[in-house]
Design a protein around this ligand. Structure first.
Ligand SMILES: [Zn+2]
Length: 251
């Protein structure tokens, strides 16, 4: 059994792994290489392809585990695959130590293959398929990890065009103001407040006043047909959804 190199690291249980605050990604989300080009999420095309290939390889194992959700993350020392089966309220954590010089995707591949091999061995020894899954999940079970930590963030955010985003700025409002039920009143109040400053009769700048009036109209239009988006992703971890059988990159 121990030949699998899958172990549970008590020190990892509740710590680090997933950040709670959004941070601009500056590291490659596949291999962790720091200081990648601005606006990029990967250090190279091949690095992106490699992680996508390994994550799709993981789908077989996740199906075997009846995963409702899963999350993949890595540190300098470990790769971690958390699994929440459909029938369970508890997370099972599969993790292994990183090999010197290899990429997280390579280490994840080994973790997946080792787990798969063990599962096949159990089945080969006359264990039923579901019992083989159960015994692997149970052995890696981690009661102390909050299952909500791998359920994707479904908070809704107003979806705005570039122009609408700049209008919001002109009105000195933020996106949260558009989520509230009295969004229209907030927009009108913001307009009135700013108009007092920019109105030419009050010695304001005519151009800025025009911009403000335009922004006001634009946002009132948005309110008539508001668009929202919800992100099904996790902070700092790749997120898997068993319903769609898809992996989503970290936020
Ligand atoms: Zn990379």
């Amino acid at each position: 059994m121990d030949s699998l190199q899958i172990s549970t690291h008590p020190a990892l249980c509740n710590k680090v792994i997933r950040r709670t605050k959004p941070a601009k990604p500056r590291r490659c989300i596949s291999c962790g290489t720091p200081a990648i080009k601005p606006g990029r999420r990967y250090c190279s095309k091949s690095c992106r392809e490699q992680i996508n290939w390994v994550l799709s390889l993981s789908k077989g194992l996740l199906k075997t585990f009846s995963a409702r959700y899963a999350a993949f993350s890595f540190t300098n020392k470990h790769v971690i695959l958390d699994v929440l089966p459909t029938w369970s309220k508890e997370i099972s954590r599969f993790s292994s130590k990183r090999n010197r010089g290899s990429k997280p995707s390579e280490d994840l591949k080994n973790l997946i293959l080792d787990s798969g091999r063990e599962w096949h061995q159990l089945v080969g020894n006359n264990t039923s398929r579901s019992y083989a899954s159960l015994s692997l999940l149970t052995r890696n079970n981690k009661k102390d990890i909050d299952p909500r930590s791998i359920k994707p963030d479904k908070r809704t955010r107003p979806r705005l065009s570039k122009h609408e985003t700049s209008c919001l700025k002109v009105l000195k409002l933020d996106r949260n103001d558009l989520i509230s039920v009295d969004q229209e009143r907030k927009i009108k109040a913001a307009y009135k407040k700013m108009a007092k400053i920019y109105h030419p009769d009050a010695g304001g700048d005519a151009k800025r006043f025009r911009q403000l009036a335009e922004a006001h109209q634009q946002m009132l239009l948005w309110v008539k047909n508001p668009q929202f988006s919800s992100r099904k992703a996790l902070q700092g971890s790749w997120a898997y959804d068993g319903y769609t059988n898809r992996w989503t990159p970290p936020l």
